[in-house]
Design a binder for this molecule. Structure first.
Ligand SMILES: [Zn+2]
Ligand SMILES: [Zn+2]
Length: 545
């Protein structure tokens, strides 16, 4: 899940396209002017505002700090983002912000108020622009930033004079509307020392070409997790992982702290969970410090430019938890521009079944090769923990990737090629091959053989007591076999390239009632227990087709 254990609400959001001006919502309603704030609460790129706001100076402490309070009301239908301009004069050392909003009673089943916050500097608020200085979603009620330091989620750096913007993201608005108050304190003085980022190295010691285990979806205090980066790195080592990707929601602030936490035994790759109102995607393998904007919806047609941006960095675009039922968490951008898809997110739940079904259905379509190119365009599956805080288990699940080395590029190459399988923990070992006509292929590879030549599919697995193996092709489940009681065994099944366009494996735990589950059956309850391991396919090609 995009599991914030505190509330089933994702932490951030996107842009709305311009809407027509409505007399009931007059455009650019002016704020009261003060020495610090001017102009209107404007929605990003919009001609209309969400409602009246007001700004009033409050008495500041005697040391010359200046404090400003911004208040306003956002009705149902408020823009996805509301911009509150703040004039920052010369000589400001630190900007500190706190905020809150009312939470009126709502009937059961009606969303209550939920409002995110972040800040953009004098470089502006354009989508994909340079002004981003941090976002904390709905996780924090206050933050501060200066040249040398910032609250996690925010970027230390120059506090230049000019018009900055507090950005509110009214994520859910109660029928009564949302009353907010934002307090901005400008602290004057000499800027502190410059911030030095410590980005992680792009390579760890590794074992040359080998299978490496990695969790590519992890949160820290830099978004809505309670774990420090140190705790995440320790958890990854304890889980037996070789690499992790850091994917805090909608910020790059953690990138600069991973350096000392990586090591010869642990590769740390920088990324982001791009958290839009129409689903979340993982940007894996970002250039350290790179921020990917998330303030768009599917209808805005902005997604392709950010996909290109990530790919220019050599990164991967991976839709996350596509069927998660939480508000704004379902994937609505399609899969045409994805490099892989996260079909297994955290402990196994019914939405993962849906994700695997959708992914599986796409495999045969992708392998159709109608243009004769036989290009390998199927979408690899991934599994990640999305762990935020205790008791979320880092590495449940993770990817086991065949990579040339334990380096950022090699690991991403393996994932991009689908040379990987998904494991619930490092206790699970698995090997899958297809052999025929004197040739052999492994996970993510192709075996080309005469159409009717026998192909032996061999799966060896261990670490799943009571487990059941399923072998699945474009025809569905073609073979089911229970493992010996100890949970280790080998399953061999014969097919041909004419019968099966691909073959992939699942290993399932028993159902809650202790039975193994039954493929090829219908019934009122779920047919399977939780997933223990899942492979990407081996593609079977008939030589003469
Ligand atoms: Zn998410
Ligand atoms: Zn997440």
């Amino acid at each position: 899940m995009p599991t914030d254990p505190v509330a089933p609400v994702a932490p951030t959001h996107p842009t709305e396209p311009a809407r027509s001006t409505d007399p009931a919502h007059p455009a650019r309603r002016d704020l009261l002017r003060t020495g610090l704030a001017t102009g209107a609460a404007t929605a990003l790129g919009l001609a209309s505002t969400a409602g009246p706001a007001s700004a009033a100076p409050a008495p500041g402490p005697a040391n010359g700090d200046r404090t400003l309070t911004l208040t306003g009301h956002l009705p149902t239908g408020a823009p996805d983002f509301v911009l509150l301009p703040v004039e920052v004069p010369d000589g400001v050392r630190e900007i500190a912000v706190s905020y809150g909003y009312d939470k009126p009673q709502v009937p059961t089943g009606t969303p209550g108020n939920s409002c995110d916050i972040g800040i953009f500097d004098e470089r502006g608020t354009d989508l994909g622009g340079d002004g981003f200085r941090g976002w904390s979603g709905g996780f924090r009620t206050e933050f501060a930033l200066s040249r040398g330091t910032a609250t996690p989620g925010y970027l230390p750096g120059p506090v230049n004079a000019g018009t900055w913007h507090i950005v509110l993201g009214p994520y859910q608005v109660a029928p009564q509307g949302l009353d907010y108050h934002v307090q901005v304190t400008l602290r004057f003085g000499e800027p502190g020392p410059e911030f030095t980022p410590h980005y992680p190295p792009e390579r760890a010691r590794g074992r040359g070409r080998a299978w490496y285990r990695g969790d590519c979806h992890l949160h820290t205090v830099h978004s809505d997790g309670h774990r420090l980066p140190e705790e995440v790195a320790a958890g990854a080592r304890a889980a037996g992982l070789d690499f992790i990707v850091s994917t805090d929601h909608n910020t790059s602030s953690s990138h600069a702290v991973w350096g000392p936490l990586a090591g010869p035994d642990l590769l740390i790759v920088t990324g982001e969970e791009v958290t839009t109102r129409n689903g979340h995607w993982l940007a894996l393998g970002l250039e350290p410090g790179r921020f990917v904007d998330w303030r768009y919806r599917s209808r805005d047609e902005e997604h392709p430019r950010f996909v290109r941006r990530v790919r220019r960095d050599g990164g991967l675009v991976v839709p996350a938890h596509p069927y998660c039922p939480f508000v704004a968490c379902q994937w609505k951008f399609g899969y045409e521009q994805a490099d892989a898809v996260e079909v297994w997110n955290g402990p196994w739940t019914y939405d993962d079944e849906s994700a695997v079904d959708t992914w599986d259905a796409g495999l045969a379509v992708a392998l159709r090769g109608g243009d004769g190119s036989r290009g390998r365009s199927w979408l690899p599956a991934m599994g990640n923990s999305d762990a935020h805080s205790d008791p979320h288990v880092i590495g449940l699940p993770h990817n086991v990737v065949l990579a040339e080395d334990l380096s950022r590029d090699a690991v991403l190459d393996g994932l991009r090629a689908g040379r990987s399988w998904l494991a619930e923990s490092a206790a699970v070992e698995l090997d899958l091959t297809a052999t025929g006509h004197g040739r052999q292929a492994g996970i993510g590879e192709e075996l080309t053989v005469p159409a009717d030549a026998p192909v032996d599919v061999r799966l060896t697995v261990s670490g799943v007591p009571g487990g059941t193996v399923r072998l699945i092709t474009d025809e569905g489940q073609m073979h089911q076999e229970s493992l010996p009681a100890g949970g280790s065994g080998t399953v061999v099944w014969r097919t041909t390239a004419s019968l099966a366009g691909y073959v992939r494996a699942e290993v399932r735990h028993p159902k809650a009632d202790g039975t193994p589950g039954r493929g090829n059956s219908m019934g009122g309850d779920l047919p399977w227990g939780p997933m223990a391991a899942l492979t990407n396919p081996i593609v079977l090609r008939a030589e003469d087709r």
